[in-house]
Design a protein around this ligand. Structure first.
Ligand SMILES: [Zn+2]
Length: 315
């Protein structure tokens, strides 16, 4: 059960979204302002939440919202998705707090509180809003602030950062689908084919492929021992691509990324590499205990990954 809160924010002048004086919003039960927890900040629309961080890491949940205000029309577009990714908003908060406990540094957090029937935080303008122009400001605010938090995260580490977007899927195979903008067919290629072609340099981690602290080769970053998939698998969470599961089989459902992975990844020269994590439900995001356990594991993995591949922290 979420808790509705209303508060007045001081004008802090620290970032574009912090220049707003007042708004209403929703907070998860544990995210109460305190000495070690920054006050959640909402944008002008009141439907979005951005919390500034100190680490070169952005945690985003674009489909976890539950707000269905009567003043916002439902999206009815043909072919659009309307189901929320259950519990991913809570999961995102838990990952952030677990990372803070482990490192003393705070990832940037971005949450879309609107239910997907109202607004899709991972689509281009028309599909995101269902072509309801009164939501154009929400879309602009969401994307502009994602641009901003990504840039600020990169500035926390000499212009390099990692953008992680949390989603939920209900596919037949219970595993975490890691999206780098490579299709299932591309992933079914051999390492030699993947490495020799342009695929890795057209992925959402293109910058990392060209400049990684560990010196790991491109396909090794994708599904070798230091890959996110390997780290997840090693912690008891099956994942694809990974050494144990290098590619979805022909006919398997698989999400490889979306609008945000393109826009906020390094495919087109962005400062942050982007990874879409599509989480299965049972054992990962179903119960509070399972979410907390997974969040702690993911925070640990992201800490390891930032150290090994980005050299963060520097000392
Ligand atoms: Zn999603």
């Amino acid at each position: 059960m979420t808790v509705r809160r209303r508060w007045v924010l001081a004008v802090l002048g620290l970032a574009p979204w912090l220049t707003i004086a007042a708004c209403g919003g929703v907070s998860g039960g544990a995210a109460v302002a305190g000495p070690s927890t920054p006050t959640p900040t909402l944008d002008t629309t009141g439907f979005l939440e951005f919390v500034a961080g100190t680490a070169p890491l952005v945690i985003v949940a674009p489909h976890g919202g539950s707000l269905k205000p009567l003043t916002v029309p439902d999206r009815t577009c043909a072919g659009c998705e309307f189901l929320a990714d259950a519990n991913t908003e809570d999961l995102a908060r838990l990952v952030v707090e677990a990372f803070v406990r482990r490192t003393g540094k705070r990832p940037f957090l971005a949450l879309n509180h609107l239910h997907r029937i109202k607004f899709d935080g991972n689509r281009e303008l028309d599909e995101a809003t269902g072509s309801h122009s009164l939501l154009n400001g929400v879309w602009n605010s969401w994307q502009d602030n994602l641009d901003s938090v990504s840039a600020r995260a990169a500035r926390a580490h000499a212009g390099r950062g990692l953008y992680i977007e949390l989603h939920g899927h209900a596919h037949a195979v219970a595993r975490i689908e890691i999206g780098y903008l490579l299709t299932a067919a591309q992933l079914r290629s051999s390492d030699a084919v993947l490495s020799s072609g342009a695929a890795m340099r057209q992925s959402s981690i293109a910058r990392l492929v060209n400049d990684t602290r560990s010196g790991a080769a491109d396909v090794v970053l994708l599904r070798g021992a230091p890959s996110l998939g390997a780290l997840l698998y090693g912690a008891g969470y099956p994942a694809v691509p990974s050494p144990s599961d290098p590619a979805p089989k022909d006919g398997d459902s698989y999400f490889n990324g979306g609008y945000n992975t393109v826009r906020h990844g390094s495919l087109n020269g962005g400062l942050t590499d982007a990874v879409q994590l599509e989480c299965n439900f049972a054992g990962v995001r179903d119960t509070a205990a399972n979410r907390a356990a997974f969040a702690d594991v993911l925070a640990s993995i992201l800490q390891q990954y930032l150290k090994a591949q980005y050299g963060w922290p520097a000392v």
